[in-house]
Design a protein around this ligand. Structure first.
Ligand code: AMP
Length: 389
């Protein structure tokens, strides 16, 4: 463990090279750090803004160790990095959060088992390795339910909703030999998230609770403050604190939660990193989630998580380019002076691919949400064409 904080001027290492790494790198460079990026891809969102883009497979542990020797600390922006990769880094420098946290959050069964053993609220679940186990789970926990692959799922990938017992054999076949997790269906009122940070000396800070609306299983719009009672907001932040402490997280971790119709909180998932829902912190909070990650992994004092004013974020998927029939009308979106555009430097827009996001602030949260939604709608329908149509 490095003694004392890692100060500006030092070089930081990031495993993974997507938009989360890009925005972390921009924050780090603003504070005068250098950033080296490691991933198998080239000309990546993070690599474009980093000092060095190391292009090699995660499995090439000699390259991984060489990368680690060039930096003072390693963090990540992508949790599906193999455990062996983070272990190889940890032989050389601190990895924050440590590989154990990564290992746990890579696997839904390990994660939910840990959470329930520690007394954190989760929906009832069962491990699924055979059709018999699936049938037993359905009779014990009931239907509807969700069957997920235990590993490598995100944005609803590897997930099936089960409604009737007759669907079980086909659903099991679709696991394709992979281990599964059966989760009792949560009839939630809303989905929220808490992004929180913890330092090596135990400082803790949580951002305000973000409320998330999904479309086709992908995050669509986030806003803060969330429309929840103050005591639920406090419970959500306390839950996050308990989880970061139980996992001894050094760095940043996101807790995705369901708010049930009777006002209870259930943990859906953990992400040991910054989160799409936290992008509104860039323009809405005193400290962004990326600067907070940097402060936490470097052992600096944490920044204020205060929300300066109601803020909303709308994702820009490749679908926006497809709807616009080419380059979206950026000027039309930015015609509202309170709207900010963030693009990730990805060359090819594909359906469902996260290409960028918009944020907007407003006097009320409703106003902020209306602003981002209106701005996004203008991207595909340039004002001139709309009025002529
Ligand atoms: P996940 O990949 O686990 O984050 O799930 C993606 C989305 O599927 C969540 O954001 C929820 O909207 C929905 N979902 C996941 N698990 C459940 C569940 N047990 N009950 C109801 N909806 C769920």
């Amino acid at each position: 463990m490095a003694a004392g904080p890692i100060l500006p001027g030092a070089t930081l290492g990031v495993l993974g090279s997507g938009q989360l790494g890009r925005m972390f790198t921009i924050a780090a460079r603003q504070l005068g750090y250098r950033v080296h990026i490691y991933s198998p891809d080239s000309d990546t969102p993070a690599g474009q803004v980093g000092d060095v883009e190391c292009v090699a497979p995660y499995e090439d542990l000699d390259r991984v160790r060489e990368f680690a020797r060039g930096v003072s600390v390693v963090t990540f922006e992508f949790e599906n990095v193999p455990s062996a990769t983070s272990r190889a880094c940890a032989e050389v420098v601190p990895v924050r959060p440590e590989g154990e946290v990564l290992h746990l959050t890579q696997h839904r069964l390990r994660e939910k088992t840990f959470l329930s053993e520690q007394g954190f609220p989760v929906t009832p679940f069962r491990r699924i390795r055979s059709l018999a186990e699936l049938e037993a789970a359905a009779s014990e926990l009931g239907l509807p339910a969700v069957l997920k692959t235990a590993s490598f799922g995100y944005d609803g990938k590897g997930q099936q909703k089960l409604r009737a017992a007759t669907e079980l054999p086909v659903a099991f076949a679709q696991l394709n030999g992979a281990e599964g997790i059966y989760e009792a269906w949560v009839d939630f009122e809303k989905e929220v998230s808490v992004v929180a940070a913890r330092t090596v000396d135990g400082q803790f800070a949580a951002f305000p609770v973000f409320e998330n609306a999904h479309a086709h299983h992908i995050l669509d719009v986030t806003f803060a403050p969330a429309a929840i009672a103050p005591e639920v907001e406090q419970q959500a932040r306390d839950l996050a604190r308990g989880i970061l402490e139980a996992l001894h997280v050094v760095g940043l971790l996101t807790v995705e939660l369901f708010v049930t119709r009777d006002g209870r909180l259930l943990v859906n998932e953990l992400a040991p990193r910054t989160h799409n829902s936290g992008h509104l912190t860039l323009d809405g909070c005193v400290t962004s989630q990326f600067e907070q990650q940097l402060r936490a992994v470097c052992g600096l004092p944490l920044g204020s998580t205060e929300l300066r004013q109601p803020t909303a974020m709308a994702n820009l998927l490749g679908d926006v380019w497809l709807a616009a029939g080419g380059t979206p009308d950026w000027a039309a979106a930015l015609a509202d002076p309170r709207v900010k555009l963030h693009l990730y430097g990805k060359a090819k827009p594909r359906k469902g691919r996260k290409m960028g996001h918009l944020t907007a602030t407003g006097a009320t949260v409703e106003e902020a949400v209306a602003r981002v939604r209106t701005a996004r709608a203008r991207l595909a329908h340039p004002q001139g064409l709309t009025s002529a149509a």
